[in-house]
Design a protein around this ligand. Structure first.
Ligand SMILES: NC(=O)c1ccc[n+]([C@@H]2O[C@H](COP(=O)([O-])OP(=O)(O)OC[C@H]3O[C@@H](n4cnc5c(N)ncnc54)[C@H](OP(=O)(O)O)[C@@H]3O)[C@@H](O)[C@H]2O)c1
Length: 332
């Protein structure tokens, strides 16, 4: 089969012929119709990710048709249109992932290929209202944003929610989920056009985090936030405790802009704020996210679709963060 292979850090992705995976009992082979990028794929291409091994077929997000199954009991999946949950072996606890947790696309070969091998338990029916490209855009960002907002931060109708870096795949998804849940959503972005796009998707307003006074601008718009969803950290994070309402929740799952800077701890304890870390999600989070997407007929934001053979161009686009939402690869 053809696959997009990364042979070493810093080398361009190449399209080459590799062996089609063989199946063990419980495993299934999905013929990929579309795959999507996550920042994780970019981090791996530049060698900045834990546990990297080469060569590797990248890709955590994929949608396609089940082509083969390894067990008779999984026969009913044959020819079914599916999306794949990349959050594998989450473990026994609903609160955190276990020691055997892994993400599709490293260490196991991922979705940037004609076929991907996964286990039947990670298959979910593709939402019928979505194109292949939209369906492929869902899994990793969808489950991460869903768990951050609902499982961890307990978002509910009427909550004031700030989503920082809304142009991110995860940020755009968090916006769509929070708007659908009836939250009052505000955003930050480093790009004014992305703030306008967020407003079209239901955000009340937004500010540019590159402005010196971005936090003051937000304070003029909103008295305080019940929830802040952030995947950037960096110096701007220091303003979050001040922007929160008493009892507020700051939920984080990435560090695109650096680490957590020194914070005003007095604001954290006096307002009884909660700092919540989260990573991807459980089987139940994924199922609930897909149900939510179906119930609210959410169409994930696809920024641009590249051919598989142009995967390197897609990674280059992610490197400069010019996208709004998800970058998708189409398997022809
Ligand atoms: N732990 C997990 O389970 C998990 C899951 C998914 C992602 N992540 C992590 O979360 C981060 C986002 O992932 P992704 O795939 O959504 O990335 P992405 O699509 O590449 O988005 C990156 C975005 O970061 C935003 N950004 C950059 N600097 C910022 C700053 N100083 N303040 C606020 N936002 C800033 C930009 O938003 P604008 O374009 O709007 O400026 C940019 O578009 C990555 O670090 C990723 O590794 C972790």
């Amino acid at each position: 089969m053809k696959a997009i292979v990364l042979e070493a850090a810093g080398k361009p992705l190449i399209c080459k012929e590799v062996e089609k995976p063989a199946l063990a009992p419980g495993e299934v082979l999905v013929q990929i119709k579309a795959a999507a990028l996550n920042r994780r794929d970019y981090w791996i291409t530049i060698g900045k990710y834990a546990g990297i091994k080469y060569p590797i077929i990248l890709g955590s997000d994929g949608a396609g048709v089940v082509a083969e199954v390894g067990s008779d009991t999984d026969q009913h999946w044959i020819n079914k249109e599916v999306v794949i949950n990349p959050s594998n072996n989450y473990g026994q606890s609903d609160n955190y992932q276990g020691a055997d947790f892994k993400i599709l696309g490293l260490p196991d070969d991922g979705t940037f290929a004609e076929y991907v091998k996964t286990r039947a338990e990670y298959l979910h029916p593709k939402p019928t209202h979505l194109t292949w490209e939209q369906a492929a855009a869902i899994p990793l960002a969808g489950v991460t944003a869903y768990r951050a907002l609902f499982t961890k931060a307990k978002a509910k109708k009427g909550d004031k929610v700030l989503i920082s870096g809304v142009g991110a795949g995860t940020g755009a998804f968090a916006l769509q989920l929070a708007v659908a849940a009836g939250c009052h959503v505000f955003v930050t972005s480093g790009n004014g056009e992305k703030i306008e796009r967020a407003k079209h998707l239901g955000a009340a307003a937004g500010v540019n985090y590159k402005a010196q006074d971005w936090a003051e601008q937000l304070k003029l718009m909103v008295h305080g936030f019940d929830i802040i969803v952030d995947s950037a950290l960096g110096t701007g994070f220091a303003k979050f405790p001040d922007l929160c309402n008493p009892g507020g929740r700051i939920v984080i799952f990435g560090g695109t802009a650096g680490n957590i800077p020194p914070l005003d701890g007095r604001k954290v304890f006096w307002k009884q704020l909660q700092l919540l870390g989260t990573t991807m999600g459980t089987h139940d989070d994924f199922t609930a996210m897909i149900n939510f997407v179906n119930q609210h007929q959410i169409g994930p934001i696809v920024d641009e679709v590249f051919c598989f053979k142009d995967a390197q161009k897609a990674i280059d686009k992610m490197a400069d963060s010019s996208q709004f939402g998800k970058i998708v690869l189409q398997n022809l």
